[in-house]
Design a protein around this ligand. Structure first.
Ligand SMILES: [Zn+2]
Length: 715
């Protein structure tokens, strides 16, 4: 029995601080000068110099070495006899900096060498990548011996030192493991041999994929329980960075039960930070969540620093979203660090400090984008031998659609959140739900969405949403077909297709284009072009019809006449079949698009998607903003302060001379004052007939906060 899921989340001093750093200590032990100059006091001085509130410090390296006098496992030869962990805990406490003790699993060269029975054995053999990744040696979380080792080491470490917070890194599958322990569990739990072929329409494959996600969640639970057993009251979090990543890494969103809050290190663009921060915000058992990233340009770069502007943008974006921000540094082989980076981190965090007392609150989200952890797959992999495809892909169709949807909503300044199945029981809190090409859904999700719309909810859905059941069943029609108001007539190969607007509103949304282009996604079941037909008895309006190029489905070449223009494939035949349909269902409404228009980052796609979602939202909005599209608008309610707080992020800084904000008060309330934060400077505002406050802002700095306070005694 696992304890971790049953206890309420623990709040630590570490989590309460907003400005954080971690220093990785990934130095091996075979050179006697390695880490010889490490000085815990000098490092703590650097942390203080950077103005940090919270520090995560390494207790163990991925090479397997411990930085304390370990009773279980090897002590690092370069620090042996110095108890770096103990010295660091003391040095941080002296400086009033909250501490979190970093531990790591699965990636452990020493343990891999120590006992062959502990080894992770990738199906198809270990792939060499020609990168530093080849330096890692891996252990299997299903190996009973390795699990005992981890338990013993955690008991030793966390039992010994008085720390309020613990972090566990690397608890994911580096690859699909085919060791005897994994094969035994597969046989006993799903009643079949470990499948040799990837197939998301095969029940055995899907059962195996679900099992290995369960095993990672169970392993995270084992780690959390061991940490809590060693030090009752400790706050634990696991790195969630791999949660949104391709299925090979096997981290289900259910792992959130084993973390008191979520954090993850990210290396992508600003949209990734926005999507993952919002995902963690609604998934985490407590807030704030933690955005982590290196101060260098990547985790595999030791010298080259990010620009000061990039670091500031990341820190201000975290602040705009009310998440904590961590920069990561890597220790030099001798154990020293580049002090100038800590100066830069300090300068980066400096503008954040004044906002900190105003952060937190409950996110206000008019629109919800659904992120499905069952959909971290690509149907293009179906039929591939596992031994040849046992490596994670950079992306997958659902993620691309989620990213596109979030980016379009951000640019339209619609307050939105990212939901998961954790919110299935409370969907009515959101006015509009977006299902962005949710390629696998289960009966519980289908029932929840159906009930939500029947009761008055609004849904935008696209692509394969609800066609394939998570247990591995490809249905002939959408499971939500009655809700969408259409039937699936078939699927075929189509490289290019077009949606031709059928209403004035659609023509306005796509103007000055006459049609909307659609390119087939990378992975598909049977070609990716979905053909629809009206559903008998459904109350629908066709918003756009499917148009096809001359010669469809042939691309055409010099030997045939299956093309109409030599460089491109213009629309030729309008099929008259629905491509985008609006339907009434119960008291609610849906828009279903066979084309995942939100996936592609083109101006017209963004405009059309945001326009359709805006039509579903209707007059039920909370905040509207006219400003430059790049500006992020995030809204939080602080009921205890009777305040609705709006953050406007304009970073990297651009000239935005004028911004208009319209803010609606909660039902029955009326705004009495609008202030700029953190200055408290009153802002002039007009009140519209329905109580909406209208505020006009002058030139935007990189981060602006506006607080609208409604009437009554302030708590
Ligand atoms: Zn294994």
């Amino acid at each position: 029995m696992q304890l971790s899921a049953q206890t309420p989340p623990v709040r630590s001093d570490y989590q309460r601080g907003w400005r954080r750093m971690l220093v990785d200590m990934e130095i091996p032990g075979w050179e006697q000068r390695f880490l010889s100059e490490f000085d815990a006091g000098a490092m703590a001085d650097l942390y203080a110099r950077a103005g940090l509130t919270s520090v995560m410090f390494a207790c163990k390296s991925l090479a397997g070495y411990c930085f304390w006098p370990a009773q279980v496992g090897p002590e690092h030869p370069g620090t042996a006899g110095r108890d770096v962990v103990g010295q660091t805990v003391a040095a941080l406490a002296e400086r009033g900096i909250a501490a979190c003790a970093y531990y790591s699993v699965i990636f452990d060269n020493w343990a891999h060498e120590h006992d062959p029975d502990w080894r992770l054995e990738p199906v198809g053999g270990r792939r060499r990548t020609g990168t530093t990744y080849d330096r890692h040696a891996l252990c299997c979380p299903n190996s009973p011996g390795y699990r005992d080792y981890v338990r013993g080491q955690i008991a030793d470490l966390y039992g010994r030192y008085d720390v309020g917070a613990a972090f566990c890194d690397m608890s994911f599958w580096p690859a699909v493991c085919g060791c005897r322990h994994c094969r035994d569990r597969c046989r006993s739990e799903i009643g079949a041999e470990l499948p040799a072929t990837i197939d998301w329409t095969d029940a055995t494959w899907c059962a195996f994929a679900a099992a290995r996600e369960r095993w990672i969640a169970e392993f995270q639970g084992l780690v959390t329980d061991a940490m809590r057993a060693a030090r009752p009251g400790i706050a634990v979090h696991h790195n969630f960075a791999l949660g949104p990543v391709h299925w090979v890494q096997g981290v289900p969103f259910a792992v959130t039960e084993h973390s008191d809050f979520l954090g993850g290190d990210l290396y992508g663009d600003a949209t990734e930070q926005l999507v993952v921060t919002k995902l963690m915000g609604n998934l985490s058992r407590s807030r704030p969540v933690e955005f982590m990233s290196f101060g260098t340009v990547s985790y595999s770069e030791h010298v080259r620093l990010k620009t000061a502007e990039r670091m500031r943008s990341q820190a201000l974006a975290a602040t705009a979203e009310s998440s904590a921000c961590m920069f990561i540094d890597g220790i030099d082989p001798l154990g020293t660090a580049n002090a100038r980076l800590y100066d830069r981190v300090g300068a980066t965090f400096d503008p954040v400090t004044a906002f900190e007392p105003h952060l937190g609150g409950e996110p206000v989200e008019d629109v919800a984008v659904y992120f499905s952890d069952a959909s971290k797959v690509d149907f293009g992999e179906n039929g591939a031998p596992l031994a040849e495809r046992n490596v994670r892909a950079d992306s997958y169709p659902h993620l691309e659609a989620v990213r596109g949807a979030c980016r379009a909503l951000q640019r339209a300044h619609v307050p939105f959140g990212v939901l998961t199945r954790r919110q299935l029981g409370e969907l009515e809190r959101w006015r509009v739900l977006v299902l962005p090409n949710v390629v696998r859904m289960d009966a519980e999700e289908v029932a929840a969405v159906s009930a939500y719309v029947r009761a008055g909810g609004r849904v935008y859905a696209s692509g394969y949403s609800s066609l394939v059941e998570t247990r591995g069943v490809r249905h002939d029609d959408f499971m939500l077909g009655d809700v969408f108001g259409v039937e699936l007539a078939g699927e075929e190969v189509g490289r290019v297709a077009y949606a031709t607007p059928a209403t004035e509103r659609m023509r306005a949304l796509t103007d000055p284009q006459r049609e909307l282009s659609w390119d087939a996604p990378r992975g598909s079941l049977a070609g990716g072009l979905l053909r629809l037909r009206p559903r008998a008895g459904a109350v629908t309006q066709t918003l756009a019809t499917l148009s096809l190029p001359y010669g469809h489905p042939h691309l055409g070449d010099m030997d045939d006449r299956e093309w109409a223009s030599v460089h491109c494939s213009p629309p030729w035949t309008d099929t008259g079949e629905p491509a985008i349909v609006r339907a009434r269902f119960g008291a609610g409404e849906t828009i279903y698009s066979a084309h995942d228009v939100e996936r592609q980052q083109f101006d017209v796609n963004e405009r059309l998607f945001a326009g359709l979602v805006g039509d579903l939202l209707g007059d039920a909005w909370t905040v509207r903003c006219e400003t430059r599209p790049d500006v992020w608008v995030s809204v939080f309610d602080h009921a205890d302060r009777r305040t609705r707080r709006i953050a406007l992020l304009n970073s990297p800084a651009a000239l935005v001379p004028r911004t208009t904000l319209r803010i609606r008060p909660p039902v029955g309330a009326r705004f009495e004052a609008v202030q700029e934060l953190p200055s408290g400077r009153p802002l002039a505002f007009e009140t519209e007939a329905d109580g909406t406050a209208r505020v006009t802002l002058g030139t935007l700095p990189e981060l602006t906060m506006v607080a609208a306070r409604w009437g009554g005694e302030q708590a």
